[in-house]
Ligand binder design. Structure first.
Ligand code: 8YV
Length: 326
């Protein structure tokens, strides 16, 4: 008998086919995530779960679904999964690092450019028939090339953004991270390590790329925004909860910082109404990894992890490999 697995959201056809060759698949092809009760009901008797970046895997859910052996998420972020609870119960968790690094860095840089150069504001004005004439300071934005690029969270995606800034735009790279990069990596990126406060003070463009956790919740709030230059821009491609959105909206409204580019939101897909009416914010609907080749690579990696995990082979990208030896 094949092991039973749940595919909790619409996935590429070839991935569903691959999983069906190995497993008895319960497929939920919906766009929206299953409601928590429904997720729990459909995980009963399942050995594996293929999920995306939002289905919440909590200790209570695990206690109700004792047959579960592996949870494979099609995302690099895993703040929706209680990893410690999974590890304590011997449930393997995998994510999809690396395959989305460059694509997500591309979007981060696109958002930085659009934010600094007021592209959304300009497009809205043009579409609304508001482009009447030319004046010397018409839609004048912030300089990008040669400025200081601040990166908060210098993991794989942070480093990919640093490379774009340094080699593409001649920017000076500064960063803050829980741990400092090795000297050779700093030298390659020309990256200066600063305290978080100093980074906030020096950055012309600050990009948030750190993982979301209790520790990073609202780590950019009123006090942090107050350290930034009035000409600075803030870009968030990590998780919405890292930023106190009300404090950010106030800083943007009062032009205490110049502009923000946001791909992620605390209550997404709901967006804080205070952000929606501001001209100096560029908003995108969590599309950091959204190119077809990257999304297919992520889906394949999540599926390959699930196949390996339930056929006694080493998973490719485990988050808690210690459960394999327990
Ligand atoms: C995902 C992401 O598309 O990988 C992540 O952590 O934020 C995005 O690339 C999203 O989480 C849905 O899986």
């Amino acid at each position: 008998m094949k092991p039973k697995v749940l595919v909790a959201r619409r996935a590429p056809a070839e991935v569903v086919e691959k999983l069906s060759a190995h497993f008895d698949v319960d497929y939920h092809p919906g766009e929206a995530p299953l409601a928590p009760d429904e997720l729990r009901a459909r995980l009963q008797g399942k050995a594996g779960a293929y999920i995306t970046g939002t289905e919440r895997i909590s200790a209570e859910l695990l206690d109700a679904c004792t047959g579960l052996k592996a949870v494979c998420t099609m995302s690099v972020g895993y703040n929706h999964i209680d990893l410690a609870a999974c590890t304590a119960r011997g449930v393997l968790v995998t994510n999809t690092p690396d395959v989305l690094t460059e694509t997500t860095a591309d979007l981060g840089f696109a958002l930085l450019m659009a934010t600094a150069r007021r592209m959304s504001e300009g497009e809205r004005l043009l579409r609304d028939g508001g482009w009447k004439s030319w004046s010397w300071d018409f839609l004048a934005g912030q300089e990008v090339h040669g400025t200081t690029l601040g990166i908060l969270g210098m993991g794989r995606i942070g480093q990919a953004i640093a490379r774009r800034g340094r080699f593409g735009f001649g920017m000076q790279v500064a960063y803050h991270n829980r741990s400092r990069l090795p000297a050779d990596a700093e030298a390659e990126l020309g990256a200066r390590y600063l305290s978080k406060d100093e980074l906030l003070r020096q950055a012309d463009h600050l990009v948030l790329v750190l993982p979301y956790s209790a520790e990073s919740h609202h780590c950019i709030a009123a006090a942090e925004l107050a350290l930034m230059k009035p000409t600075a821009t803030l870009v968030n491609i990590a998780r919405g909860g890292i930023v106190d959105e009300d404090a950010l909206a106030a800083a943007l409204r009062e032009q205490r910082i110049a502009a923000a580019g946001l791909d992620v939101f605390e209550g997404e897909p709901r967006v804080n109404p205070a952000l929606l009416t501001l001209p100096n914010v560029v908003l995108t609907p969590h599309i950091g990894s959204a190119t077809l080749p990257t999304r297919i690579a992520m889906a394949q990696l999540a599926a390959d992890n699930l196949v390996a995990a339930l056929t006694s082979r080493p998973p490719l990208t485990p988050l808690n490999p210690q459960v394999l030896n327990a």
